[in-house]
Design a protein around this ligand. Structure first.
Ligand code: FE
Ligand code: FE
Length: 284
């Protein structure tokens, strides 16, 4: 049996993405995807145990304070993608995609369907927040389905039983339906568990349309976009904008398995696309 690292239980960061894609495989009904097997995915289950145990309101606020000051230095979008590509773990180079390949597979699928250029670009950058791993963050603080902290956990969050070990569960004010929030206060006022979504949203928000910002910021918020579990915190505007999140999600989940993109051949197109929206370097 494989031994699990106490802090990095998944062999590969993308094990989480693969697990989510299996969970929401097209054609599966709701009861089927709730039957995920801890024994079949021990690394992923342990990853969620850590995630649900340690993602407290205080933890999220501390991470936002640290990373949303964007003091990790300026980099171009392409440099950030190449930097993310240095994240190599024990994956099989023949079958697994590199980080840039996943990004391009997503963006190329969007492009093939004739969507606007900003949408293609959003596909290309959507996982750049995973560079958090390279700053030394554990897997459970980079990937994973996101969920609001500071209010009750929905039973629609995967492995809800693991919240029993979260210190916030013992704080009654943080466990009511609305917790520290007001009804329909709007998601911009809600703190989600910390990870790669919030970081890439924040680093790029000044350069992209609002629809792109929603896609980036909420692409891992499965409890909402797949289960509608937090409508009571959303404004009507959020609900409208989530049409874009849904539109994006299909490409993120289901573009894997198409042919490996030819990065070298595609690079000039992406250089132009990036230059259309971004300055030479942005702060990270
Ligand atoms: Fe992602
Ligand atoms: Fe992705």
């Amino acid at each position: 049996m494989q031994t699990l690292s106490p802090t990095q239980p998944m062999e590969h960061l993308d094990d989480w993405d693969d697990f989510v894609a299996t969970r929401y495989k097209e054609g599966k009904d709701e009861s089927e995807f709730r039957n995920y097997d801890k024994l079949a995915n021990p690394g992923v289950a342990e990853f969620y145990r850590l995630n649900h145990t340690h993602q407290t309101l205080d933890f999220v606020l501390a991470r936002k304070k640290e990373y949303l000051s964007l003091t990790k230095g300026p980099k171009s979008i392409w440099e950030a993608a190449e930097y993310l590509n240095t994240l190599v773990d024990d994956s099989d180079p023949d079958t697994d995609l590199s980080q840039i390949e996943h990004l391009m597979q997503t963006s190329e699928a969007i492009r093939k369907d004739g969507h606007p250029r900003w949408f293609v670009l959003t596909g290309f950058i959507h996982d750049l927040g995973k560079v958090l791993c390279l700053y030394g963050e554990p897997q459970w603080a980079v990937v994973g389905d996101t969920f609001p902290v500071g209010c009750a956990y929905s039973n629609n969050i995967v492995f809800p039983e693991f919240f029993a070990a979260n210190p916030d569960i013992k704080v009654p004010e943080l466990q009511t339906k609305y917790g520290i929030y007001e009804p329909n206060c709007g998601l911009e006022n809600v703190h989600l568990s910390w990870g790669h979504d919030e970081y890439i949203y924040f680093a790029t928000k000044n350069y992209l349309p609002e629809s792109a910002q929603y896609m980036l910021r909420y692409h891992s918020f499965y409890p909402q976009h797949k289960h509608n579990a937090y409508r009571h915190l959303m404004s009507d505007h959020d609900v409208k904008m989530f049409d874009w999140v849904d539109k994006f999600n299909r490409y993120d989940l289901y573009s894997k398995g198409s042919a490996k993109p030819d990065i070298k051949a595609l690079k000039p197109y992406y250089d132009d696309l990036i230059a259309e929206f971004f300055p030479a370097k942005i702060n990270w």
